[in-house]
Design a protein around this ligand. Structure first.
Ligand code: ZN
Length: 387
C-alpha cells in the first residue's frame, strides 16, 4: 500500500511539473513575443531636427496591456512593445495601463459569445498569479493594479489618482501612469465594486471588451445591444465618482445609451476612424459617434494595428492621425497604441519619434503635433480626473 501511495505521489508530481512546463511554454516569452510582435525593419531615419523636437514633447499614450505579461517592465526587452526603459527612449511621459481580465479562446472582431476556455485564467495560473485570481475577473483587475502599485512604491512610476497628484506627477521626472479596465466585467455585476476598483487606483473604465457583459452589448458580441439597466446605473455611478469612461469595444448602441445618461467627456483609448479605412467596420464606430464624443470634450486615441487603421507603417499611422484631426479637431486626437495587446505593429514604444518625423514630413504644424503626441491627453486628464 505504501509503495502504491509513493508511486501515485511521484506520478502526480511529474504530471504537475509537465503541466507547469506546458503552460510556461505556451504562455512564456515565446508566446509573448509572437503575440506582441514588431515587424522587422531597418531603423527608422529620424532627422536631428525631428529628434530634437520629439525630445521637447510631452508624449502620452492611452492604452497598453503590459501588466498582463510576465515580462518585468523595469528591464529592457527585445520582444513585446513596452517596458520602462523603452518608454524613456520614446520620451513617453504619460502611459495609461489597461487591464485585460477575460479572454475567451477564438476571439474575433465579428461575434463572440464569451464562453470559450478563458486564456487569462490559463495565463494567471501559468504566471503564478495568486489563486484568488484564478476564478475571479474582479481579482484579476485588483491583482494587476497591485502590480503597478508595487512598481510605484519602488519609485519607478507615479499613478495619477486626482487632478492635483496628476499635475505634480507631470511636473516630476517620473513616468506618469493611469489605470484603465478593459471592459467592466470585473465589476462582476456588483455596483459596489466600482468603488473597490477606484480604491485600487482605477480612474478610467471601459464598458465592454470582446463579449457582451452585465453592462450591455459589445461591438464584437452576439446581441450588439445597448446598455442594460445595470449598465445605465454603472455609467451614472462612474460619472458621480469622477471615473472617465472608455468607449473602446462597446457596441454603437451602448455608446449612444451612455451618452444619454452622462455629459462627462469620454475617451476612445485605442481605435481609428471608420471612413478612413472602411474595412475596419467590425472594430471602429461610425464617424458621427466619434464626432459627438469629440464635441463633448472627449479624446480619440489612434491605434497602430490593422484592426483599426489601413496602413500600420509610421507613415500610415501619421495619415490616420491627420485624418482624425481633420474630422474631430486638433484638440481631440491622441495616441492609442494598444501596445502589448496581442497586436502586430511596425514599431515599439522606443521608436515613437518615427511618428513625429512622419507628421513633420506630411506638413503638420509643430504646435498640432505637440497636441496629438501628448499635449491633448495631458490637458484632458488634468481637467477630467477627479478633483
Ligand atoms: Zn482592446
Amino acid at each position: 500500500m505504501m509503495k502504491f501511495i509513493k508511486w501515485l505521489a511521484i506520478i502526480i508530481a511529474v504530471l504537475a511539473l509537465m503541466g507547469v512546463l506546458y503552460l510556461k511554454l505556451i504562455l512564456g516569452p515565446q508566446t509573448d513575443a509572437e503575440m506582441n510582435a514588431v515587424i522587422q525593419h531597418d531603423p527608422y531615419k529620424i532627422s536631428e531636427d525631428a529628434q530634437n523636437f520629439h525630445n521637447t514633447l510631452t508624449v502620452a499614450d492611452l492604452h497598453t496591456d503590459t501588466l498582463l505579461w510576465a515580462r518585468d517592465p523595469r528591464k529592457r526587452h527585445d520582444y513585446g512593445h513596452v517596458d520602462f526603459p523603452r518608454l524613456a527612449e520614446g520620451n513617453v511621459k504619460l502611459q495609461l495601463f489597461s487591464v485585460v481580465t477575460k479572454s475567451p479562446r477564438g476571439l474575433n472582431f465579428d461575434q463572440n459569445d464569451g464562453t470559450g476556455p478563458d486564456d487569462i485564467a490559463l495565463l494567471a495560473k501559468a504566471q503564478f498569479w495568486p489563486p484568488r485570481t484564478w476564478d475571479s475577473v474582479y481579482e484579476r483587475a485588483a491583482f494587476q493594479a497591485e502590480r503597478l502599485t508595487k512598481l510605484e512604491k519602488q519609485g519607478h512610476v507615479l499613478i495619477a489618482r486626482d487632478r492635483l497628484s496628476f499635475e505634480a506627477a507631470i511636473n516630476s521626472d517620473k513616468l506618469v501612469t493611469i489605470l484603465l479596465t478593459e471592459g467592466s466585467h470585473p465589476l462582476e455585476g456588483d455596483i459596489k465594486n466600482i468603488k473597490r476598483l477606484y480604491d485600487h487606483g482605477y480612474r478610467v473604465m471601459g464598458l465592454q471588451h470582446f463579449f457582451d457583459n452585465e453592462l450591455g452589448g459589445s461591438m464584437h458580441g452576439i446581441t450588439k445591444a445597448g446598455l442594460t439597466e445595470f449598465g445605465f446605473e454603472a455609467v451614472k455611478h462612474m460619472e458621480d465618482m469622477g471615473i472617465i469612461i472608455d468607449i473602446a469595444h462597446s457596441s454603437e448602441q451602448s455608446v449612444r445609451d451612455a451618452m444619454t445618461v452622462t455629459t462627462a467627456p469620454m475617451i476612445l483609448s485605442h481605435g481609428g476612424i471608420l471612413s478612413a479605412c472602411p474595412k475596419t467596420a467590425n472594430r471602429n464606430l461610425p464617424d458621427d459617434v466619434l464626432v459627438e464624443i469629440a464635441s463633448r470634450g472627449g479624446l480619440i486615441g489612434i491605434g497602430y494595428f490593422s484592426g483599426v487603421i489601413c496602413d500600420i507603417n509610421p507613415n500610415g499611422i501619421a495619415d490616420a492621425i491627420i485624418y482624425a484631426v481633420d474630422l474631430l479637431g486638433e484638440d481631440h486626437v491622441a495616441l492609442g497604441s494598444d501596445f502589448d495587446g496581442t497586436v502586430t505593429t511596425t514599431l515599439d514604444t522606443s521608436e515613437l519619434a518615427a511618428i513625429t518625423q512622419a507628421l513633420m514630413d506630411k506638413g503638420m504644424e509643430r504646435r498640432v503635433i505637440a497636441k496629438v503626441m501628448g499635449g491633448n491627453a495631458v490637458r484632458f486628464f488634468g481637467e477630467n480626473l477627479p478633483e
